[in-house]
Design a protein around this ligand. Structure first.
Ligand SMILES: NC(=O)c1ccc[n+]([C@@H]2O[C@H](COP(=O)([O-])OP(=O)(O)OC[C@H]3O[C@@H](n4cnc5c(N)ncnc54)[C@H](O)[C@@H]3O)[C@@H](O)[C@H]2O)c1
Length: 347
């Protein structure tokens, strides 16, 4: 049998005696085209399939890369996060760059960040499309993971249909849209003063046609909610063990950096803990905080979400506390990249 290396050497040798035309220029898609043609509903099926493939070891998903731009006379401050992946068997692979925390932009009337996805052919390696999505596609794939968590882990006992949102910004909206794609619910919203809870509730109620109420505290929200989405950017917990219903499902997505934390270590330890990708939640998710506090070890991870999607392990089993820790994986980026290319390249 000829090894992959010798096959590559034969091809390289041939390439020295031939000339090639360049690949065509990639298509460029602007923000307006992307936002008016892609929805979280488009993302859910392919992100769910990517989680299933992840469980079968069929996704190449490297750990994220980070480029820090220090503040100097000429640049910064700012950060660039790079993620990507390939879902084996699909015709494209994706790399994305998210630029964040360029705070000086605000003085110039510019947003503090932006983002692009580069979708490439997995057949011949050609760059196919550049999507100037300014985080819109990241938000969609994040919401899709939240919708999938809702599908597999919520209590389906009749009447357990209240869904709370702690933190009412951009991610809360995609979580609400994704959950509504799975099953109708009664929404409950909480954010600190100035955090946009009223606006979020009014906008979601109008858009989704579901009832939303705003409450005065995270404690009131937990008491009223069967499922709790948390999407806050801080570094201290936003809820307490004693506030939760026994069958609560917490879907936490705020922690995507080693400085962040939303869920207390005792809640994590008491829960059936599910990660999106354990090698990542160990570093940047809620699991990192619980291990640092000494209440959990990696051995306490019940499952990665893909294992439940793939039917390898059961999801909810009766009245139990479940935490789903979503840090955002390259598998999701690859999945939304594929969907975006499939849909927008045909326009
Ligand atoms: N896991 C992922 O895949 C993923 C993807 C994108 C963003 N994120 C993370 O999600 C978080 C939210 O992002 P966003 O774009 O929605 O931010 P945002 O600024 O639009 O909204 C944040 C919301 O949280 C509220 N909030 C802040 N502190 C709170 C507290 N202690 N209790 C209750 N509410 C509080 C704010 O008032 C606001 O309503 C960030 O940490 C972001 O990095 C995660």
């Amino acid at each position: 049998m000829i090894s992959r290396v010798s096959k590559i050497s034969q091809h390289v040798a041939k390439s020295h005696v031939r000339t090639f035309s360049a690949f065509p220029l990639p298509k460029v898609f602007d923000y307006e085209t992307i936002t008016s043609n892609l929805s979280v509903g488009d993302a859910i099926t392919s992100v769910e399939a990517a989680f299933e493939k992840l469980a079968h070891g069929k996704v190449d998903v490297p750990l994220p890369m980070h480029i820090g731009v220090d503040e100097t006379e000429n640049a910064g401050p700012g950060d660039c996060h790079i993620k990507g992946g390939y879902v084996i068997g699909t015709p494209t692979f994706t790399v994305k760059m998210a630029m964040v925390s360029f705070y000086k932009n605000l003085d110039k009337g510019l947003p503090p960040g932006g983002g692009i996805f580069v979708v490439n052919s997995a057949v011949d390696g050609a760059p196919l499309g550049i999507f100037q999505e300014n985080r819109y596609m990241t938000d969609l794939r994040t919401g899709a993971a939240g919708g999938i968590a809702y599908k597999y882990f919520r209590s389906q006992t009749p009447g357990n249909d209240s869904v709370g949102f702690i933190g009412c910004g951009a991610i809360a909206k995609v979580m609400a849209r994704a959950a509504a794609e799975i099953s109708p619910f009664k929404g409950v919203a909480f954010a600190p003063p100035g955090g946009g809870a009223e606006q979020f509730a009014a906008e979601m109620e109008a858009e989704l046609g579901l009832p939303f109420t705003v409450v005065e505290s995270a404690e009131a929200l937990c008491g009223a909610s069967d499922v709790i989405y948390t999407q806050t950017p801080g570094s201290s917990p936003v809820l307490e063990m004693g506030w939760l219903k026994p069958h609560a499902t917490i879907i936490a997505s705020g922690s995507d950096q080693p400085t962040k934390n939303e869920i207390p270590a005792d809640v994590l330890a008491a829960s059936k803990y599910v990660s999106d990708l354990t090698k990542q939640t160990l570093r940047v998710g809620e699991l990192r905080s619980a291990i640092a506090a000494g209440t959990m070890t990696e051995g306490d991870v019940y499952a990665e979400m893909g294992e439940v999607v793939a039917g390898m392990k059961p999801g909810r089993e009766g009245d139990e506390l479940i935490v789903v820790d979503l840090t955002g994986t390259g598998a999701q980026d690859a999945a939304i990249g594929q969907v975006a290319w499939d849909k927008l390249s045909k326009l």
